[in-house]
Design a binder for this molecule. Structure first.
Ligand code: NAD
Ligand code: ZN
Length: 342
């Protein structure tokens, strides 16, 4: 089968032939239809220090996908060939305290699909049946392809109650923009979004933001956004240190922040500002397995429209163009097409 493989240190990936994986007793073989490119994949493509440290090569990359079950191992019940599926990209140990207490998103020993084990940017992939999510009927394939990222957005947006609240979102990449859409759906009173990129601010507007601020050009000033007292809720969706300080400064006393973004560098933090204003900062990792997934499906059944989020499609073999587009920042989610649905 064809797969996108990180072959060693340095930049780039290769589109090569490798053996099709074989499912074991409790595994599922999935024929991949579409995959989404995420920031993690861009880091692995670039071969940055984190990727060089973390990814043992050769490695098939990628974790956002939708596919069809092609075969199931003899020990698998309840899953059938032909079902449309995605999967939780964190493969958990099932023996740590958090796994045993059904908080698998807090597993201490989780392995990342496409990072610590072979991933989804391939014609086929094998996963443990317990990681597989079967889509409800009617889910658009592009939305199904980015369920993993949508799950990050929902995990953030549902960290705190949003009805009638004011929300400031720093960073309108695909995940930030989807979190805006969920916040709007949840009845937030006012959603303001900052980003450096006019394209991304437009994405945020299409997602339902009431106000946008071009960070770097304009100050992210709550008073100028009509919020003299500051914002009730913050979503940190950029990983950028200056966005993090903008967000902390713009919060109301007692404000609550859900923090998803991952900075590449150490960020100095003014703890007095957090203590004296009694801010809550809730870190967010991955998705709750499978609570968040059910919520995602419910939101789509309720009419949440994410069609704004996918802006580009490329054939899998045109991956270099696809990765360049995703890296430029004037795109939303970039999708690689592996096969049409039968
Ligand atoms: P992305 O890189 O596509 O989007 C980040 C956005 O932040 C970009 O549009 C960028 O222009 C904007 N930005 C940069 N500096 C800014 C500033 N000073 N002010 C405002 N905006 C600024 O990323 P994404 O795929 O949407 O993911 C969002 C973040 O979440 C990333 O940091 C990613 O690493 C992180 N992430 C975390 C988890 C987790 O489990 N915690 C999972 C997935 C992604
Ligand atoms: Zn565990």
């Amino acid at each position: 089968m064809k797969a996108l493989v990180k072959q060693g240190p340095g930049e780039g990936l290769e589109y090569v032939d490798i053996p099709t994986p074989v499912p074991e007793r409790h595994d599922v073989l999935i024929r991949v239809l579409r995959t989404g490119i995420c920031g993690t994949d861009l880091h692995i493509f670039d071969g940055n220090p984190w990727a060089t440290r973390t990814v043992r090569t050769p490695r098939v990359v990628g974790h956002e996908f939708v596919g069809e079950i092609a075969a199931v191992g003899p020990g698998v019940g309840g899953l059938l060939p032909g079902q449309l599926v995605s999967a939780e990209g964190h493969l958990t140990c099932n023996s740590c305290v958090n796994c045993q207490a059904d908080r698998k998103h807090l597993c201490r020993a989780a392995q990342g699909l496409g990072v610590q084990r072979d991933g989804a940017f391939a014609e086929y992939l094998v996963l443990p049946a317990e990681s597989v999510w079967v889509h409800r009927p009617g889910v658009p394939l592009d939305v199904a392809a980015m369920f993993d990222a949508f799950g990050n957005a929902v995990h953030v947006a549902d960290a705190f109650p949003l009805r009638d609240r004011t929300v400031l979102v720093t960073g309108a990449g695909p995940i930030g923009a989807m979190a805006v859409a969920v916040a709007r759906h949840r009845g937030a009173r006012l959603i303001a979004v900052s980003d450096l990129s006019p394209f991304r601010l437009d994405l945020a507007r299409r997602a339902g933001a009431h106000l946008v601020v071009q960070a770097g050009e304009q100050p992210v000033d709550p008073a100028a956004l009509g919020q003299e007292q500051g914002f009730d809720i913050g979503f940190e969706m950029s990983g950028n240190p200056s966005a993090q300080s903008d967000l902390i400064a713009a919060m109301a006393h007692g404000g609550r922040i859900a923090a998803l973004g991952l900075p590449d560098e150490d960020v100095p933090t003014d703890w007095s500002d957090i203590s004296l204003r009694m801010l809550t900062i809730q870190g967010i990792s991955g998705r709750k397995v499978f609570d968040t997934w059910h919520t995602m499906a419910d939101l789509l059944d309720d009419g949440l429209d994410l069609s704004f989020a996918v802006t580009d499609h490329f054939a899998a073999q045109d991956y270099e163009k696809a990765f360049a587009t995703a890296a430029r920042g004037d795109a939303g989610k970039v999708i690689l097409d592996w096969a049409p649905r039968d």
